[in-house]
Design a protein around this ligand. Sequence first.
Ligand SMILES: Nc1ncnc2c1ncn2[C@@H]1O[C@H](COP(=O)(O)OP(=O)(O)OP(=O)(O)O)[C@@H](O)[C@H]1O
Ligand SMILES: [Mg+2]
Ligand SMILES: [Zn+2]
Length: 512
Amino acid sequence: MMNDETLDKLLYNYFGYEQFREGQREIIEDLLKGNDVLGILPTGTGKSMCYQLPSLLLDGTVIVVSPLISLMVDQVKQLKQQGMKRVVAVNSFLNPQQKQQVYTHIDQYKLVYCSPEMLQNDQFLQVLKEKVSVSLLVVDEAHCISQWGHEFRTDYLKLDETLKELKEPTVLALSATAPVHVQDDIVKQMDRPDMRKHIYPMDRENIAFTVEHVAGMEEKIQRLAAILNTHSVPTMIYFSSRQWTEKAAYELNQRVEGVKVAYYHGGMDQMDRLLIQQQFMNNQLDVICCTSAFGMGVNKGNIRLVVHAHIPSQVESFLQEIGRAGRDGFQSVSLTLYSPGDGEIPKRFIETELPTEEMVSNAMRYLQSLSNKGMYIPAQTEDIEETLQLSEVQWRFLSYQFEKHGLIKGRNILIHQGWKEAYYSILSFIQERTKIKQNKLAELLHWVHSEKCLRSTLYSSFQASLKKPTGFCCDRCDFRFDLWTTSNTDKRSELLNWEEELQKIFLQGGSE
Ligand SMILES: Nc1ncnc2c1ncn2[C@@H]1O[C@H](COP(=O)(O)OP(=O)(O)OP(=O)(O)O)[C@@H](O)[C@H]1O
Ligand SMILES: [Mg+2]
Ligand SMILES: [Zn+2]
């Protein structure tokens, strides 16, 4: 068995870190003993290490299930920079030839990143089953199982089957933002009741919180322009719509001198998205106006300010998003700009995300009529969505539910007595999910309007006590945005020449 010293040495030799951070050693030791682990550690504290280091020690392959392509690409890049070459991300970026190449040499890799959808791909699964022995399956950002799995990424709920296919490897589920009911859901969905829980408080002691109430969107843009004029720091600004990211980026570029602002959202071409992400990571861009498509897992040390120009629909997403700030440990700020009625956007989103009662019954009637005519479910899901007037998410949700209730299997329709019961069961599930989401939104809205300490209110449903903030707490306690100076962490995008770089080091010398 590994002793403490050996792990320390490995950490230093491979990653250059002197010591483990809170939780890392405990999790790694448990994994090496073959125990399943649920690890909840705050954003930015090094969850990736909990599987990266074991991948060097374990025989066989470590699979990392990751929700976003951009996240996989970024992590693979960072690992390669650190000298770990035997890592690959299997995703739609690979052309057929590259994919074939990776499949042929899959046993050469220690770490294989992929999406949950990829694990449902027969060819990929077959390659894994035939060519490698999977020692550890990691679910990074494991709250996605619970947060997205039930609705639009139902392949997250099939990981338990995949584990069986892969001969039951050890499991590591990681998240920074999983309250107790989500933790329980993860354990249940993965079907690993004996998971060891390593749960640490999620509060980030170097982020100060502030909420400003403004009249509307124009005032938000004005405020943002004023802030960027006085605080030129790497900044992320979250919006609820793609259009707003573009519009705000345009406005801010117009109104703020010498700051490079770009936008990022899910409607952009994958390549453009990666480019923007890379430029931001390399400090060639100062400000990103983005939707929630940007963020999860993104590891840029010096983001000082995360603004929510629109609030998300739940505290977990909010915590993920602010979790991009201050990963280098220096004082950073979360600013929420709220105007009356802002809660309506996420509210509408929640209401329309899942199918209505009528949609469910229409879909079921449609399937029965296909079956009466001896037909199969159309291969093109777009055709079904078109016929039934469903969004992609709604049909994905329904087809998963129909399959789960045994009404369909693949493209086959299975007519039997249980349809009525299934109908009511699906409806009540929709109600239940909607209720959960409404409650989560209410929790965030409550926070926005809270008169008490923003920090303690924000984390109250996650943990009993808080760490002491390293700097400011929140605007209800000791923080005022306009008094916040960022001089010693001020980083403009211009690539500094070496003289400036040196000067900067001297000017900063000893201050931190
Ligand atoms: N023991 C350590 N000592 C110092 N730095 C470390 C240590 N372990 C990890 N790090 C560094 O911490 C940074 C953040 O790590 P990582 O991206 O794994 O965070 P995370 O917990 O996955 O965050 P998120 O929840 O946002 O995904 C990385 O730059 C990583 O190299
Ligand atoms: Mg991470
Ligand atoms: Zn406070």
